[in-house]
Design a protein around this ligand. Structure first.
Ligand code: C2E
Ligand code: CA
Ligand code: CA
Length: 671
């Protein structure tokens, strides 16, 4: 029984009329509706009418409710058309019914419609159009390709079918609030495809209002951002990992360390920072090529991963430096053992395409919180401890000594200042004469660099050269010394003040990347001085085992006429036998054998053997660090006439050296 006049329903009205019961089930339908949809009555009766949701009405508590909305109807033959649905709800004597009046909307310009349809289906985004209650009216083809649902499957349902469960209720609450307030929402959400896959999408929802300002539809546009997300994750991975070894990089290390520090505020934690630096890696890298270097670094990373516990952190902080964090109070008391284990990782040789070869590592350890609770400081303390190991030949470990804190802080300051100091011209080259005491001539001058620091005054090279070597500024500094010395030599040669040999100290690191030879050639040409007017002083370690690649550079330098001296001779460990084949011209007997030469028969014996050696191999000889006349006499007695030391002159700046030289020459003439 309906409240509508049966006749009215069956009359020839141009409106489709449907009567639904309170469960949304169709109980009556008129002919016009059957005409426009092509259905027969039996197709529809006793079935739910899916363009209408009963809930909308039931949620209202007044007895009669009406409203209207637009919807897409699908006819029996699949054709779809837009209709306007007016609904009217009534309750009387415990019977509740909903009457729907359905009118076709034909006033759409078909050409515009087809254009819209084209755009709709060709846009890169998936589109859902819902009615004002969120029921899906239409979707485009991209919707289907992203979600896997066909249009038929979703029409009349709500987008909640895509719900992944990844967003909680409060998310949706805020989401709807924003749509209500702002008319739109956009952001990233996780949805679920038909096959169950969860995927991220970038969603843009906006509401559409009709001429009365009422919301008529919602349009949801979204794109699948799985790929973008993946590349974001990759980017993130690269930002926090070293691409060569896949180990965490310095950024991630610092993040983890900060995390540890935060935990420390809650309850005390203990950890050690191990600064690990491969020995002679630069040499390997430069002489055998970067791919061999890379191979080595990867193998080292693999050994580290295998050796350390899962909760230890191992990061590659750059170049051949690795930083290990070992957590735990017990581990801290066990550090010796742990360090030895790391050193033993290098017992076995590494396999590379050049075959097997061995290397070692130097470790410096600092401890949290006892050494410092500042991350940067802790790392530089461990670094400093590591450098001490390097200074004594590497392949060992050492703990940071709190007593050195001030020293290291100062060192850090200098390290930061050194590059600028070059630009600010705070470096000076000083000169110390080398005298042949038999001929009484100044045959050579050694160049010694000084840092004229604005606050600290003159800083000794013993203090800053190791820093410059460690941070790489030695190359710039070395170039400065070469250029300044050669330029000075040219002036002296032009004024005939000094025409001897300028001895220039070069660091082992200046041989890296082969630029030393090029620099020397260039400067000699610029200053128009012959190669044999300069001598390069190198240390014995340049010739230590495995450093053979320096030899061709030295040989090329000697072809220019440049001579090569071994500095601090006798203190290194190079076998005397090796001397025979080395491209050298001069030996500088180290000061330590001179200091006690009048009293120590051993030192005399050493000096005598060096003198003999120089004669055998036909190389020159000079003794340095001579402070007293007695030392000078003793050396003369042994047959060593080339001498350098405070006895004759301390290193002097160019002006003072010129005065000294004129004075020296004056004395010679008056004698
Ligand atoms: P070195 O090459 O062995 O230089 C000799 C050092 O002994 C110089 O110290 C010199 O001033 C000092 N000396 C000379 N005669 C005497 C003496 O009679 N008694 C005493 N007690 N000392 C004497 P300096 O100038 O402080 O240089 C220290 C080291 O720094 C040098 O040792 C050298 O290894 C390095 N160095 C200096 N200038 C340069 C440079 O331009 N480049 C490089 N790579 N290293 C440099
Ligand atoms: Ca020297
Ligand atoms: Ca020396």
């Amino acid at each position: 029984m309906t409240f509508l006049n049966k006749q009215l329903i069956q009359e020839e009205v141009y409106t489709g009329i449907l009567v639904l019961n309170i469960h949304g089930v169709l109980v009556e339908v008129n002919n016009h509706f059957l005409d426009i949809t092509g259905f027969e009555e039996k197709d529809l009766l006793d079935k739910e009418f899916d363009c209408f949701s009963i809930n909308k009405i039931l949620s209202k508590d007044d007895n009669s409710t009406f409203g209207n909305y637009r919807s897409l109807l699908t006819g029996k033959d699949g054709a779809r058309f837009m209709v306007k649905i007016c609904y009217f709800y009534q309750r009387k004597e415990n019977i509740e019914q909903i009457i729907l009046f359905i009118e076709e909307i034909n006033d759409v310009d078909t050409t515009t419609e087809s254009i819209i349809k084209q755009i709709f289906n060709h846009t890169k985004e998936a589109i859902i159009v819902t009615d004002n209650r969120g029921f899906i009216q239409t979707v485009n083809s991209n919707f289907s390709s992203i979600t896997g649902y066909s249009e038929e499957e979703v029409i009349g349902k709500t987008p909640a079918i895509l719900n992944s469960g990844k967003q909680d209720k409060s998310f949706y609450k805020q989401f709807w609030q924003e749509i209500i307030d702002e008319g739109c929402w956009q952001g990233e959400i996780w949805n679920k495809r038909k096959n169950g896959d969860i995927y991220p999408e970038w969603l843009n929802i906006s509401s559409i209002t009709d001429v009365h300002g009422q919301i008529s539809n919602y349009i949801c546009q979204f794109t699948d951002i799985t790929n973008r997300k993946k590349s974001e994750e990759e980017l993130h991975f690269h930002a926090y990992h070293d691409s060569l070894t896949s180990l965490p990089n310095r950024n991630l290390l610092f993040e983890k360390l900060r995390h540890l520090c935060v935990r420390h505020e809650e309850s005390p934690i203990y950890f050690a920072v191990l600064f690990c630096d491969l020995d002679r890696f630069k040499v390997i890298n430069d002489s055998l090529g970067h791919d061999v270097g890379d191979e080595l670094l990867k193998s080292v990373a693999t050994r580290f991963k295998a050796k350390l516990r899962d909760n230890d952190i191992i990061a590659r902080s750059g170049g051949d430096e690795f930083i290990v964090i070992i957590e735990g109070k017990k581990a801290l008391t066990n550090m010796d053992k742990i360090c030895l284990q790391i050193l033993s990782m290098f017992d076995e040789p590494f396999q590379t395409k050049y075959g097997e070869f061995k290397t070692s590592i130097s470790l410096g350890v600092s401890k949290f919180p006892s050494d410092s609770t500042d991350i940067t400081e802790l790392i530089s303390f461990a670094d400093a401890a590591m450098l001490k190991v390097k200074e004594t030949g590497g392949n060992h470990y050492s703990f940071f000594d709190l007593k050195e804190k001030m020293f290291i802080k100062k060192r850090l300051e200098l390290e930061n200042e050194i590059y600028q100091a070059i630009e600010k011209q705070q470096f000076e080259v000083w000169y110390q004469p080398q005298i042949n005491i038999k001929t009484h001539e100044v045959y050579g001058v050694e160049c010694l660099i000084r840092w004229n620091h604005p606050e600290q005054g003159i800083i000794s090279p013993d203090l800053f050269i190791p820093i410059a070597e460690a941070n790489g500024s030695i190359k710039k500094l070395g170039y400065f010394v070469l250029k300044t010395a050669c330029h000075q030599l040219r002036q002296w040669r032009l004024s005939n003040l000094f025409t001897g040999v300028m001895a220039i100290n070069v660091s082992l690191r200046q041989f890296e990347r082969n630029d030393l030879l090029g620099q020397v050639k260039k400067i000699l040409a610029e200053e128009m001085i012959p190669g044999n007017a300069i001598e390069l002083e190198v240390t014995e370690s340049l010739f230590s085992e495995g450093n053979n690649y320096h030899i061709p550079i030295l040989s090329a330098l000697r072809e220019l006429g440049v001579t090569v001296a071994i500095d601090d001779f006798g203190t290194g460990y190079s076998s005397l036998q090796r001397l025979k084949n080395l491209p050298i011209d001069n030996l500088k007997i180290d000061k330590c054998f001179i200091d006690n030469i009048e009293h120590s028969p051993e030192d005399v014996a050493i000096v005598m053997s060096i003198i003999l050696l120089s004669k055998t191999f036909k190389v020159d000889l000079i003794a340095e660090g001579i402070e007293t006349q007695e030392q000078a006499n003793k050396l003369r007695e042994l047959g060593c006439y080339n001498q350098q030391g405070y006895l004759y002159s301390k290193p002097l700046n160019s002006h003072d050296f010129e005065l000294w030289l004129m004075d020296f020459k004056g004395k010679q003439q008056s004698e």
